[in-house]
Design a protein around this ligand. Structure first.
Ligand code: EPZ
Length: 420
């Protein structure tokens, strides 16, 4: 398994190009199953998750190629079930269920299972499918949804932790080809949901209200092929912005959409980091001593849970007490023990982490556990003195395109070590 070797202490300087959003790309790739016509998707990030989704589309019978960030796909004829092994390995593949149900009136996929950050249930997805008239059966590790026809309905999709992003995407995609009007209450408002709605409407769907808590879908008889460019990755943008702040750097993020990460930029400014917006460019630089801040993760447009770990790495450097409260997932503090190996002082109190910031971090071997925790360890390694080895960076490769190359272009001393 590959690892990163980082010699910290170098302020990041220069310009970085932000890639297309992984969390917008996956549901949009799934949405191409809703038509038998060809679709072209641009600015697709080259990640293990997107390459995996290409394999899943192919296993369903679609022709699909991903080259230089462009996906060309045509689901002329498809089958209603995906390869158990493929789907089981990537949670995000749950978003093929909606399109399969919408187009074929049946979907059979392996239960995605939990992951290290939480149980990751799909009860709200199934509630939405049932509201549209599907019968749901769970057996042998599979979930099967079948419907004589998809009938528009009103459904409340709010759960114990607020809205569901992929649940909203799934119901939107299933309802797009349904009969009648579907209203999703307590819909997720993330930019990735909005981007999916833009793509679906370009295919001939009639969706209103995406980005708000109430989305209305007027079902249509069929959808046609379309071309689309995926929005920039707001989590990658936040990750590089925080890395610049952590290393006392000064970087320009090109192709970013600052309006998609207002909560993060607001917190960075509160922590005494300078943020200047200039169209699709964002300049982030350390202004002086970092200040401690309190962060609570919330559904969009609140502070994103996918930036919680990275922010914790930064606040470990801010002299004083910062309190980080995780309200979306039940166990998203796996990075705390690894940050402590670099010298960070953090105590967990239920859903909160109390960060006693200001200690000097020093390099050590650390273990990545999930995608965003890995990013936090890279940020801490960049700020620490000495050498940090981040092991199991396959987690990172799922969601960050060429992170080591991009960091090297900003002056970081980081090498990928391929384990023989
Ligand atoms: C999406 O996951 C993202 N993944 C996650 O990013 C992100 O953390 C999450 O949204 C929240 O923003 C993709 O888009 C591929 P949810 P999703 O359904 O849709 C509970 C990353 O690092 N819930 O919005 O699976 C759930 O347990 C990944 O890029 C139910 O209770 O998340 C959680 O507590 C990690 N029942 C909360 O809702 C359900 O049926 C939010 O989950 C579904 C979800």
């Amino acid at each position: 398994m590959d690892s990163f070797l980082i010699r910290g202490g170098v302020p990041l300087r220069g310009t970085v190009e932000i890639s297309g959003s992984k969390n917008a790309a996956l549901p949009i790739m799934a949405a191409t199953l809703l038509t038998s016509e060809p679709c072209v998707i641009h600015r697709l990030p080259d990640l293990s998750d997107t390459r995996f989704m290409v394999q899943i589309l192919q296993s369903l019978g679609a022709s699909a190629t991903l080259e230089k960030g462009t996906l060309r796909v045509q689901a002329r004829r498809i089958k209603g079930y995906a390869d158990y092994e493929l789907v089981r390995k990537m949670r995000g593949s749950i978003c093929i269920a909606g399109p399969l149900l919408g187009r074929l009136k049946r979907a059979r996929i392996s239960l995605p299972g939990g992951c290290i950050i939480g149980a990751r249930p799909i009860n709200l997805h199934l509630k939405g499918f049932a509201a549209l008239g599907a019968a749901i059966r769970i057996e042998g590790g599979y979930v099967e949804a079948t419907a004589r026809k998809i009938k528009g309905a009103s459904v409340f999709l709010g759960g114990r932790a607020g809205p569901t992003v992929l649940g909203t995407a799934n119901v939107m995609m299933a309802a797009a080809l349904g009969e009648g009007i579907t209203v999703i209450e307590s819909a997720a408002c993330e930019p990735e949901v909005m981007d999916l709605a833009v793509f679906l409407n370009s295919m001939g769907a009639r969706i209103e209200g995406a980005g708000s808590p109430t989305i209305t879908i007027h079902g249509v008889r069929q959808l046609h092929g379309a071309e689309h460019e995926v929005i920039p990755d707001r989590i990658e943008t936040a990750t590089f912005a925080i890395a610049a702040a952590a290393t006392s750097g000064d970087i320009t993020l090109r192709g970013a959409r600052a309006e998609h990460l207002r909560a993060v930029l607001d917190k960075l400014q509160e922590a005494n980091v300078a943020v200047d917006r200039n169209g699709s460019e964002l300049r982030v630089r350390r202004r002086g001593r970092l200040k401690p801040v309190d962060v609570t993760t919330l559904p969009y447009s609140g502070f994103p849970t996918d930036v919680q770990a990275q922010m914790m790495a930064l606040l470990a450097l801010a002299p004083g007490i910062s309190i980080i409260t995780e309200r979306i997932f039940e166990s998203r503090f796996m990075h705390v023990s690894e940050l402590a190996r670099l010298g960070a002082e953090i105590e967990i109190e239920g859903p909160s982490a109390i960060v006693k910031g200001g200690k000097k971090l020093s390099g050590a071997p650390v273990m990545a556990s999930d995608l965003r925790a890995s990013a936090a360890l890279v940020i801490a390694g960049l700020a620490a003195s000495g050498v940090t080895q981040v092991n199991r960076i396959y987690h990172l490769d799922r969601g960050y395109e060429q992170m080591d190359r991009k960091l090297r272009d900003l002056g970081a001393r980081i090498q990928r070590v391929e384990e023989s």
